[in-house]
Design a protein. Structure first.
Length: 315
């Protein structure tokens, strides 16, 4: 295939080295920074038929309008809340993502954050590293995971994988969805705030998007209570971040384990000084195995589209 035969695509924002290399091998790739002046794109870029981006970058309406030949948005993520889905549908642009392949790694991190938060692992690590333990500072006693009631907000693929990992440890697993899952062996709670009230730990695993924005609000955090912890591996927008910071500062909840934030990569300054908070830089799918599997699924969707075949994972 000559360069002129290769479909033109846009790499919107930074991607992943393996994916970058495979895209360059198959397509004519135009790298467009996420903060680029979209009114100044060259004619060659405007002819791109597909766009690839991380979920944290997504595809706003402006980039779709700047690419009049755009047919496909292939996301290197499972989340698509940063894509203007309605605008894409109106323009006839298909959107794909990378579900399933990252489920296990995200679930692993959720469980890791749960243990790290409940057992004070990060705070105790700092106690040792700073020499405070050697100087006689004694670590506070922690709570325990075993026997606790664990609420899962969103029992989708990742929520189920988290629940399965915790079945032997939890005293009870309960969950909230928009509707009860007929095949779930866990107790359904119809109201999200009531789920928090009944849980010792609340794990947020729901999908993002406008309908889930600030779903976890001040009332839900108060319902979780001063002994409760919250874990978020979903999207930062799902939690009212100001309410979360206030609840943590005032000890109205016991702690939080957070992999995602409302304005990534920026984290509220107040959280950085809190020993009862465990912070991660959005690492849910960040393993070598999963990132390659995600990249392969992006490539498979692109290959299918340009071959006129059926897309594998349509949003």
């Amino acid at each position: 295939m000559t360069d002129t035969d290769r479909p033109a695509i846009v790499a919107f924002g930074p991607l992943y080295p393996y994916l970058d290399a495979e895209l360059e091998r198959r397509f004519t790739v135009h790298a467009v920074p996420a903060d680029a002046d979209l009114t100044a794109l060259s004619p060659a870029i405007r002819e791109a038929r597909a766009l690839v981006s991380f979920g944290s970058v997504g595809a706003p309406a402006a980039i779709m309008d700047a690419l009049p030949a755009l047919e496909l948005i292939a996301l290197f993520s499972v989340g698509y809340d940063k894509v203007d889905i309605d605008h894409a549908r109106a323009k006839g642009i298909r959107v794909t993502n990378t579900p399933d392949v990252l489920t296990d790694d995200v679930a692993d991190l959720a469980v890791g954050l749960l243990y790290a938060t409940v057992r004070n692992i990060a705070a105790n690590d700092r106690l040792v590293r700073t020499g405070a333990w050697a100087r006689g500072h004694k670590p506070a006693l922690s709570a325990r995971v075993t026997g606790s009631r664990i609420g899962i907000l969103g029992l989708g693929r990742i929520g189920r994988a988290i629940a399965w990992r915790l079945e032997r440890q939890a005293g009870e697993i309960l969950y909230h969805n928009r509707s009860e899952a007929a095949d779930a062996p866990y107790r359904y709670v119809a109201d999200a705030t009531d789920l928090a009230r009944q849980s010792d730990a609340l794990i947020v695993a729901t999908s993002g998007g406008p309908e889930a924005a600030r779903l976890v609000d001040a009332a839900m955090l108060d319902a979780l209570g001063p002994q409760g912890v919250i874990i978020n591996i979903s999207r930062g927008s799902v939690i009212d971040e100001d309410a979360l910071v206030a609840a943590l500062a005032e000890r109205r909840i016991a702690g939080a384990g957070l992999d995602v934030f409302a304005h990534e990569p920026y984290v509220p300054q107040a959280l950085l000084a809190m020993d009862h908070v465990v912070l991660q830089p959005h690492q849910g799918s960040a393993t070598v195995h999963t990132r390659q599997a995600m990249a392969d699924l992006v490539l498979a969707n692109l290959d299918a589209w340009f071959a006129g075949a059926t897309l594998l994972t349509v949003v």
